[in-house]
Design a protein. Sequence first.
Length: 187
Amino acid sequence: MTTLIILLVLLGVIGFAVMYGVGIYNRLVKLKVLVEEAWSGIDVQLKKRHDLIPNLIETVKGYATHEKETFQNVTEARNQAVAAKTVEQQQAAENKLNSSLMNLFAVAEQYPDLKANTNFMQLQDELTSLEADIEKSRRYYNGTVRDKNILIDTFPSNIVANIFGFVKSAFFELDNVAERAVPKVSF
């Protein structure tokens, strides 16, 4: 009778451990899918942005024909962003694209007729709206990555993650020079 009780307790403990492991595995799979879905959302927003940039360049070209180097830099940065395959590559390419777009807008500031152009203003507004959408998508993606990475790093879920080969995902950070700049205050 005692061995039967010990056997039942042992089977209960093993059954609980297996069910707990299955639960952790399912949470890891769910978070993996959420990270992929979140990345897809960023990818859609970036594609819209990449598709908008040639129109923006063509509009500025009409007013600033001698700024070939600026146009070339934006075009090259856009092509690199479109060709990026990993989160890290996309991050580096988007940071370069942001920098080259800032230069393009600096050129546009030198042409009052361009700044008053309805098409340019519409493209600039659309780009601003897309930047806000990218920011929202990036926050969602980074939140799902955070949750997945925490589950992969914490005990006992790290054991299940290692057994089944779950790996941490990279965060997607875009450097916005304007956000990082310290405002100059003078009296």
